[in-house]
Design a protein around this ligand. Structure first.
Ligand code: BTN
Length: 243
């Protein structure tokens, strides 16, 4: 495994925000708790000390900026492999267990011209959370709630890095997801199920068939044509609930 430089903090506002001041490739920022943790779509992601893995990996990959969003798929695979219970991936990168989210990823990127300044891969895994707020308790779960066991956060962090490194090397070699796609599609929660693609313009229904080499979701429509869903544009849901 390549070397990662690790910085640990008892408390940070957000590991992703902190990581924006880093400069060295493969620096990892870990916090025991976050006070202003950020989720996708402007949501917040906070946790009490010792309850969650909250970490950000600062990367300076030598890749085309258009391919950087594929890293979220690489990360989802790493987290799926890290968590030793029965989980699936909700496209593109939520790791779910029994229909509830157990881990999330927020990737942020800075680009100048054709050059990537950085990609920050923020990872949140609900580990020892015993109870979620009522408004999310039907959508969120933790390793503790699923197994009744308390987990050591550091062991999970080490494993995330090990698994990430493995998939990241494959991605850097291929410069796309062709080496990861088949395994990812096996874990796709919506594979061959009806999904709803919710965008600002319209809602479309179809059957999710898996991702392509770029990590886009291929959805088969009623007329047999295939609609390619790019990450970030839309939200994809199962017909009967969150997954
Ligand atoms: C999501 O909404 O699913 C993404 C959640 C990402 C949360 C993690 S926790 C560590 C890192 N720092 C942040 O502020 N957010 C990410």
């Amino acid at each position: 495994m390549k070397k990662y430089r690790i910085e640990y903090f008892e408390e940070l506002e957000s590991t992703n925000e902190y990581a924006k001041n880093c400069s060295q490739d493969r620096t990892v920022i870990i916090a025991n708790s976050q006070t202003k943790g950020k989720g996708r779509l402007g949501r917040s992601w906070s946790n009490n000390p010792g309850e969650a893995v909250t970490m950000s990996i600062f990367l300076k990959p030598d890749i085309e900026p258009e391919t950087a969003s594929m890293l979220t798929i690489v990360l989802a695979m790493a987290i799926k492999k890290t968590i030793d219970i029965d989980t699936m991936i909700k496209w593109p990168n939520d790791v779910v267990c029994n229909g509830k989210k157990i881990a999330g990823i927020l990737t942020e990127m800075s680009v100048q011209g054709r050059e990537i300044n950085y990609v920050i891969a923020g990872i949140g895994i609900n580990v020892n959370v015993q109870k979620f707020d009522e408004d999310i308790s039907d959508k969120a779960t933790s390793l503790f709630l699923e197994t009744g066991r308390k987990y050591d956060i550091k062991t999970i962090v080490d494993r995330v890095l090990e698994c990430f490194d493995e998939y990241y090397e494959v991605f850097l070699k291929d410069r796309d997801l062709k080496g990861i796609k088949t395994e990812y599609n096996k874990f796709l929660a919506n594979k061959d199920k009806e999904v709803q693609i919710i965008s600002q313009q319209e809602d479309i229904k179809g059957i999710a068939r898996g991702i392509n080499d770029s990590g886009e979701l291929l959805v088969e429509l009623l007329d047999g044509s295939v609609y390619t869903v790019r990450s970030g544009e839309v939200s994809v849901r199962g017909i009967y609930g969150y997954v």
